[in-house]
Design a binder for this molecule. Structure first.
Ligand code: C5P
Length: 233
């Protein structure tokens, strides 16, 4: 069964803790991204873990292998469950991240690779020297490269997950933002899928922010998404 991760896109630790308490037992996994981590640092990770929740630390590391290795170890010590790296950091960097995660054993962090940011189009790729490949082709190439280099999974659009999951080894994690249940506002997301479609296409984790955080009843919103995910299996 795929897991639901709520994106804690709030500005303070207190807001984060209040949201988690409001949502209660319905959700067991939360994503901490650049905004919240830059504001509150590791304390916010500890606070979420202290509430008994799993943490997806989405800081998209991209640096020399030694630095990324040490950052992954810092995440492992905090008890982080999922972490992101940029696959363009190269084979040695991805391997260093995976090896650092492995030191924490089976319960240690799993490394997710970002392939091509969904904000980039063909022209953006050409600007950074990626010529002769469409963004979709680049996603597949980087996904293979990242998983062959040790990444446990990928962050990808729910529109890509069907084709990627059929081309990559069983057991690869597919974490998809851009998920919208029926009737919920799309916001600034351009290419969205329903929770059921994302699960059917092979997503192992769905990241949902505003449809839960901004709902008048976040518990009901999360429960409806979980129900839709269960119905897809
Ligand atoms: O509110 P919403 O459900 O759109 O939140 C989605 C979360 O996933 C946000 O934290 C956003 O930064 C993140 N994300 C995304 N699209 C990507 C990568 C990450 O929406 N391609």
């Amino acid at each position: 069964m795929a897991e639901l991760i709520v994106a804690l896109d709030v500005q303070t630790r207190d807001e984060a803790v209040a949201k988690i308490n409001e949502i209660g037992d319905a959700v067991g996994f939360y994503k901490i991204g650049l905004e919240l981590f830059t504001a509150e640092g590791p304390d916010v990770v500890k606070a979420v873990k202290d509430l008994g929740k799993k943490v997806f630390l989405d800081l998209k590391f991209h640096d020399i292998p030694r630095t990324v290795e040490r950052a992954v170890k810092s995440g492992g010590k905090l008890g982080v469950d999922l972490m992101t790296i940029h696959s363009v950091g190269g084979k040695a960097m991805i391997r260093a991240a995976a090896d650092a995660a492995a030191e924490f054993g089976a319960a240690g962090p799993k490394i997710l690779a970002v392939t091509v940011l969904t904000s980039l189009d063909q022209t953006d790729l050409e600007d950074v020297g990626i010529l002769g490949r469409t963004p979709a082709e680049q996603v597949v190439a980087m996904a293979r490269f990242a998983t062959e280099s040790g990444a446990h999974g990928l962050v990808c659009s729910p529109k890509e997950v069907g084709s990627l999951s059929s081309q990559l080894p069983a057991g690869t994690l597919f974490v998809t933002p851009g998920v919208r249940p029926q009737g919920s506002a799309v916001g600034d997301q351009k290419r969205v899928s329903s929770p059921a479609d994302a699960v059917r296409d092979g997503a192992t984790h769905l990241v949902v922010g505003r449809p839960i955080l901004a709902a008048p009843d976040p518990v009901a919103a999360a429960s409806a998404i979980l129900e839709e995910m269960r119905g897809a299996v």
